[in-house]
Design a binder for this molecule. Structure first.
Ligand SMILES: [Cu+2]
Length: 334
């Protein structure tokens, strides 16, 4: 991505953070800006857009609408970037996206003093943090506020809601301004996000159940007992940048870190590549139910279900957002 386009993208994100919210502050006190409106929709729908049938479609449309708003309201002229993490797992703090230069999305968080050597990750709600669902990882290299470059001056208005082993579901929509934190974790990058996992996810998956289970780390018996990659590339990207303290690894409020969108563009790119390897059979393949790993149990999702991003844009049907060259879309990945 040219430096000019990178800067135009960064400036457009800043612009979005200055536009007024479309949501009434009396209903969602944390939603101060149009940027926060995106996060509000994500928080509100978290349990029905992750590890379920609509995960890929919802996040595809969400990222597309974000790009559309950046273009139409904030003058962005390039195309939306995707973050191919594989290039960056060995030395993330020197990567073009995280090196803190004027053309990056900012730096790591300030290294915390007296940090423990490891940290504990709880499973996301609705799971209980039972022993077999708790993981421990080597500490990351940051943990404090983003210190250099774009978004080091940013105020994050929501959360933390659920990240690391913290859970505060009661404060979901509260106004809690704080700095944008990150905790880059090379261990997670190298073990769960290197190129081999991206390729494995695409090549080994022969149906939608397998593709989704691999990319989300779905461990349910009979739903793809794929124990080889703990979180899948999706979760690994979030913890690679966010660790236990960063907004990026908050299951609910993660769109507050601008890394969210290039990360999800790459998830979308993996899906699009996988679809186009057998487009006839994979274009409108669906798998799963309405809820997070079917908890609580729910019905199967269908092509007629809605992706609802009101008040930003009118709802669309799942069938309209499964193909990158029909419906509202006309794009492809390089
Ligand atoms: Cu999400």
């Amino acid at each position: 991505m040219s430096k000019k386009d990178r800067r135009s993208y960064i400036d457009a994100v800043y612009c979005l953070q200055k536009k007024p919210s479309l949501i009434d502050e009396k209903i969602v006190p944390g939603a101060k800006t149009l940027f926060d409106t995106f996060t509000t929709l994500h928080i509100n729908q978290t349990h029905t857009i992750h590890n379920n049938f609509s995960f890929l479609m919802w996040h595809r449309f969400f990222t597309y609408v974000y790009e559309k708003v950046l273009r139409e309201q904030c003058g962005f002229e390039g195309t939306h970037p995707y973050w191919e993490w594989g290039y960056d797992v060995d030395d993330p703090e020197s990567s073009p996206i995280l090196d803190g230069s004027d053309y990056s999305l900012g730096s790591n968080g300030v290294p915390l003093k007296d940090k423990n050597e490891t940290w504990i990750l709880w499973p996301p709600p609705p799971f209980k943090p039972t022993k077999d669902l708790i993981s421990e990882f080597p500490a990351g290299t940051g943990g404090g506020c983003v210190h250099t470059g774009p978004f080091s001056d940013m105020t994050v208005n929501f959360g933390p809601i659920s990240q690391g082993s913290e859970r505060h579901l009661d404060r979901m929509f509260q106004y809690r301004p704080h700095c944008l934190k990150r905790d880059i974790n090379p261990h997670i990058g190298q073990h769960y996000l290197a190129f081999n996992w991206t390729i494995w996810n695409i090549v080994e998956s022969t149906d939608m159940m397998g593709f989704q289970a691999r990319i989300t780390g779905d461990r349910r018996q009979g739903h793809g007992d794929y124990k080889l990659n703990k979180f899948g590339a999706h979760g690994a990207g979030h913890y690679f940048g966010g660790g236990p303290t960063g907004a990026f690894s908050d299951l609910y409020a993660s769109p507050q870190d601008p890394l969210f969108f290039p990360h999800h563009a790459q998830i979308d790119r993996m899906w699009a590549i996988w679809q186009w390897l057998d487009i006839e059979n994979r274009k409108d393949a669906l798998y799963g139910t309405l809820t997070y790993e079917n908890l609580p149990p729910s019905r199967k999702g269908t092509l007629d279900d809605l992706v609802d991003l009101r008040p930003i844009i009118d709802p669309v049907r799942i069938r309209d957002v499964v193909d990158v060259i029909s419906g509202p879309f006309c794009y492809f990945y390089e």
